[in-house]
Design a protein around this ligand. Structure first.
Ligand SMILES: Cc1cc2nc3c(=O)[nH]c(=O)nc-3n(C[C@H](O)[C@H](O)[C@H](O)COP(=O)(O)OP(=O)(O)OC[C@H]3O[C@@H](n4cnc5c(N)ncnc54)[C@H](O)[C@@H]3O)c2cc1C
Length: 469
């Protein structure tokens, strides 16, 4: 039997833990990641020139970050590690890649594939969200983590979810003036779902600590509040928000906007894995079991790319998926360990369900957006365009909406507007969200320079010609 060819996409907590299990079992997986260094989103490492102490970079997560990076360093010799490499297509047992170091495209065969592609944050559209100075929450955090750089001096944090509070605290500690934290989640919902926090008390207490720190710093925290408009002449100057019947305006030079996370599922879709809609998370995730197995034999999913559960669960899910892969290869696996992992994954799922209840995504607010609000930024499709297409063409799902109205047809392939378009279409037409669907993935899932295709093609041609002579 030929040696298995295992590819892991994603070197975040899930991908690194999966790789660790496989290397320890004597395999040599290929580990692909777009980023320059391992760690994924949460344990992202700055470039060498901008190294800082772990405690400064990762705060309460310093120990977990160090542990993950050290595990990676230990297994590094056993890996075929491909940093700065995008996986942009999956078809017929091959992963197509773009290697940014070599500026080259190519493809790698696999017999087994683990997709640990993580998540992106979700900025819901609001009037003025395309002004310079509006960032997603994640982008604001990445700029701090990776470049030690603030997105503004007076920043307003708008959205919902634990990352909203964490990022606001990180900015306050880094010296920014946090003018307000505007959370759409209501105090009542947070009290109602708080019993579920017992499933991960340490993490819950850290979150409560962030809120307490914001109060201690006298930063206004508004709950049950939604942004009405972000405005300014050449960039952000103020944010107006509504809380019940009251309206407030905060002067600021930047806005960090984010309503929870959504799974990166384009590769899973290309690999043929059906996706299901989780209404509480407003998220489409590839279908999979607790063990990471999917309906497609030999393809596994792990971490936030398989449904949002957070970084600790991502490590467990990466480990479990790799054990499933070993089982499928007929290698000995400690069944007790697999069971314990599944129990822990369930515990984190219960914790996540509480968080989903505490911080619901306010998609119902989308239907009253003004006509001139841009929904699809790549193609500059506005709310009025979507209203017009929904009325005239009566699309039955987002893929038809895309065909008739171009929403999601641009560079991001609907990665950013897809779920918003789905929620808007559903609210305008009454089609259930699940039926309104999600954009089918198209390769390349992210832009790849055409020059790199041409250069590789001409090199291949030259080699073929030489061989023929
Ligand atoms: C912007 C952002 C900031 C966050 N900050 C925090 C935080 O401060 N604290 C916290 O507790 N949680 C945070 N989270 C959530 C946390 O990052 C996740 O729960 C956790 O990282 C999930 O781990 P993962 O391994 O599943 O995915 P990730 O850590 O997201 O890792 C996925 C990796 O896959 C790579 N990848 C994806 N697609 C491709 C592709 N096509 N080709 C090549 N590589 C690819 C990415 O570059 C990435 O390194 C954040 C999430 C986001 C999106």
């Amino acid at each position: 039997m030929s040696a298995p060819q295992v590819i892991i996409v994603g070197a975040g907590p899930a991908g690194v833990r999966a790789a660790e299990v496989l290397v320890d079992a004597g395999l040599r997986p290929v580990l692909i990641d777009e980023a320059e260094r391992c760690g994924g989103q949460i344990y992202r490492q700055p470039p060498e020139a901008r190294r800082r102490p772990y405690e400064k970079l990762y705060g309460s997560e310093a120990a977990a970050a160090r542990a993950l990076h050290q595990s990676f360093d230990r297994i590094r010799p056993g890996l075929d590690y491909r940093p700065k490499t995008l996986a942009w297509d999956i078809a017929g047992g091959w992963v197509s890649i773009h290697d940014r170091t070599e500026a080259a495209v190519g493809r790698l065969p696999y017999s087994h594939l683990i997709l640990a592609t993580g998540a992106t944050d979700r900025p819901l559209p609001v009037k003025g969200w395309t002004l310079p100075g509006v960032f997603t929450l994640g982008a604001a955090q990445i700029s701090l983590k990776a470049q030690d750089c603030l997105v503004g001096k007076r920043v307003c944090f708008v959205g919902t979810g634990p990352l909203l509070y964490l990022a606001a605290v990180q900015y306050a500690r880094a010296g920014a003036k946090v003018v307000a934290v505007v959370d759409s989640g209501s105090f009542a919902a947070q009290v109602k779902y708080s019993p579920g926090l017992r499933h991960a008390m340490g993490t819950a207490l850290r979150g409560i600590g962030f809120v307490a720190e914001l109060h201690a710093r006298r930063i206004p925290v508004l709950k049950g509040a939604l942004p009405v408009e972000i405005s300014g002449t050449e960039g952000v100057e103020r944010v107006t928000v509504r809380q019940g019947a009251k309206q407030k305006t905060f002067a600021c030079d930047a806005v960090a906007l984010g309503y929870g996370l959504r799974s990166e599922t384009q590769l899973a879709d290309l690999a043929g894995i059906p996706r299901s809609f989780n209404a509480a998370q407003q998220n489409w995730a590839p279908q999979s079991g607790l063990d990471g197995r999917t309906p497609v034999a030999g393809v596994y999913v792990a971490g936030d790319g398989a449904g949002i559960q957070g970084a600790h669960a991502a490590e467990l899910r990466g480990t479990r998926a790799a054990l499933a892969l070993l089982e499928d290869l007929g290698k000995p696996v400690d069944a007790g360990r697999a069971k314990v992992l599944e129990g822990e994954i369930c515990r984190w799922a219960r914790f996540r369900a509480a968080m989903d209840g505490m911080f619901p995504i306010p998609v119902e607010a989308l239907k009253s957006l003004a006509d001139d609000v841009v929904i699809c930024r790549c193609e500059r499709i506005t709310m009025a365009d979507i209203r017009r297409v929904a009325t005239l063409a009566k699309p039955e799902d987002v893929n038809r909406l895309k065909a008739f109205g171009r929403t999601g047809m641009g560079r991001c392939q609907g990665r950013y507007c897809g779920d918003t378009a789905q929620a808007i279409l559903s609210s305008l037409t009454g089609i259930p969200q699940e039926q309104a669907g999600i954009h089918r993935a198209q390769a390349p899932i992210k832009p790849v320079p055409i020059g790199d295709f041409i250069r590789v093609a001409s090199q291949t041609e030259a080699i073929a010609e030489e061989a023929a002579q």
